[in-house]
Design a binder for this molecule. Structure first.
Ligand SMILES: NC(=O)C1=CN([C@@H]2O[C@H](COP(=O)(O)OP(=O)(O)OC[C@H]3O[C@@H](n4cnc5c(N)ncnc54)[C@H](O)[C@@H]3O)[C@@H](O)[C@H]2O)C=CC1
Ligand SMILES: O=C(O)CCC(=O)C(=O)O
Length: 450
């Protein structure tokens, strides 16, 4: 059998089956193509149709979410949970609330999550969920009513040993509180069926920071292979949210300087860098006041709002951290980064670089880490939150952070080793896909045809 043709056919079938699920096609194509040498060496994977089984979610739940706004008007949104793969543990992955949420988007995220979670070394399967609900502009009471209605259906599909959701875009501490409160009320149980919980009621220290910190730890591990580090280096990020803000914090800890950051609405250039005092202001602005980041440029006179159409990727940097959303960094951005001397890209978001951008980085031979490896810190600490909940203990900050660093190094080394084993030295995309795939594939084979 010609393996390349076989894989092309699998990808073509995915496209034909659900032609509108573009980001899912993109995620499947990337994984499938990097598995060519693995399938060549392991005919059992072909015989057992492991890849074909892995690209089909085990279960897909969609449901109606009716809720009332503050004026009494009724609205209806769609709730979705994709329970993708439970070969190595309960389904695990965040919930996203955004107007553009669709089944295809959540399939892409759940598929990626399966590989990511396998890389963490913790026993977690892959899942993802959410709704086309827009949290922007809603009052706390409206968000609460929506979350309660959403959970009134979702609760019957999840549980500490079945499916453990967490946050993602649009689902932060406030939403997790409302969702969990309703879950507890309906089940009459206080279990670890959610991660990212507040620290006073079952959360883990370092979970809010974990994805951003982990992405920077991953960059640090990549740079160490070249005898380099982030110390005194200029960095840029996108997405001034949970992941982005804590990436800035860790870059500061390591002696680097972040000179640009952005939200979906605006981008800021601060050539002096976002030091700890400015970062505290930014945290308060984003997490507490839910204000626009343009306020930052009003407060710090040397910072400027970039003209419309300009992105943080236009600012010269040594390292770039896309921490916003899928396909936010295209090939033009990649070429600009490379032209300006960027040597390291570590993805905090899920699939933020387009395939053409990734090819440009690979061709240039810079250090490039895909999200499923580099942003696994968040779900890793979620896994540690589940462990703490199971034994009813809280671990100290130092212990959780030390575990996080250990896990990120392990993911780095595992991806690097898998890439080298299959003749693609230094290719973290191939390495992460291969290592994640092999772990899940082995479990699936051992569990029979399920
Ligand atoms: N929160 C977590 O623990 C994890 C999040 N991720 C991924 O990281 C990314 C960010 O998630 P969070 O920080 O949790 O969300 P968030 O909602 O806290 O922040 C997202 C930020 O990105 C900005 N943004 C959205 N689209 C943008 C665009 N096209 N260009 C520039 N900025 C844009 C938003 O305005 C906001 O500032 C998502 O891709 C998410 O799936 C991945 C692993 C774990
Ligand atoms: O912490 C989690 O369970 C999920 C985090 C997440 O959604 C992600 O890794 O993309």
């Amino acid at each position: 059998m010609n393996i390349k043709n076989h894989i092309d056919q699998i990808v073509a079938n995915v496209v034909a089956k659900d032609p509108d699920q573009l980001t899912f096609h993109q995620a499947v194509a990337e994984v499938a193509h990097s598995l060519t040498p693995v399938l060549e060496r392991n005919p059992e994977y072909i015989k057992q149709k492991i890849l074909e089984r892995m690209i089909e979610p085990e279960r897909l739940i969609t449901f109606r979410v009716p809720w009332q706004d503050d004026k009494g008007e009724v609205h209806v949104n769609r709730g979705i949970r994709v329970q993708f793969n439970s070969a190595i543990g309960p389904y695990k992955g965040g919930l996203r609330f955004r107007p553009n949420v669709s089944v295809g988007m959540l399939k892409f995220l759940g598929f990626e999550q399966t590989f990511k979670n396998a890389l963490t070394t913790l026993p977690m399967g892959g899942g993802k969920g959410g709704s086309d609900f827009d949290v922007k502009g809603k009052s706390d009471a409206e968000v609460m009513r929506f979350c309660q209605s959403f959970m009134t259906e979702l609760f019957r599909h999840i549980g500490p040993n079945t499916d453990v959701p967490a946050g993602d875009l649009g689902v932060g501490a406030r939403e997790i509180g409302y969702l969990y409160g309703q879950y507890k009320r309906l089940t009459n149980e206080f279990t670890g069926t959610f991660t990212g919980k507040s620290i006073t009621w079952g959360g883990s220290l370092v979970r809010p920071e974990a994805t951003g910190y982990g992405t920077v730890y991953f960059a640090q591990n990549m740079l160490a292979t070249k005898g380099d580090s982030l110390k005194s280096k200029t960095c840029v990020i996108s997405g001034a949210g949970n992941v982005g803000i804590y990436a800035i914090e860790k870059i500061n800890h390591l002696g680097g300087k972040v000179v640009a950051f952005a939200t979906a609405e605006a981008a800021i250039h601060d050539k002096d860098g976002v030091d700890d005092e400015k970062l505290n202001y930014l945290k308060d602005l984003v997490f507490v006041k839910r204000g626009a980041i343009t306020e930052y440029a009003k407060k710090y006179s040397k910072a400027v709002v970039l003209p419309s159409g300009k992105k943080t990727w236009d600012i010269p940097c040594f390292a770039a951290f896309p921490t916003a959303a899928e396909n936010e960094l295209d090939v033009t951005d990649a070429k600009t980064l490379l032209k300006n001397g960027c040597e390291c890209v570590s993805e905090g978001a899920n699939m933020p670089c387009t395939p053409e951008a990734v090819s440009a980085f690979e061709k240039a031979g810079i250090l490039y880490a895909p999200g499923k490896a580099a942003n696994a810190g968040g779900v890793s600490v979620s896994g540690l939150e589940m462990s703490q909940n199971s034994v009813r203990l809280y671990w100290p900050r130092e212990q959780v952070d030390a575990e996080l660093q250990k896990i990120m190094k392990n993911i780095h080394d595992t991806a690097l080793a898998a890439a080298a084993e299959y003749g693609m030295k230094g290719n973290y995309v191939a390495g992460a896909n291969i290592a994640g795939f092999k772990k899940v594939a082995t479990a699936m084979i051992e569990q029979g045809l399920v």
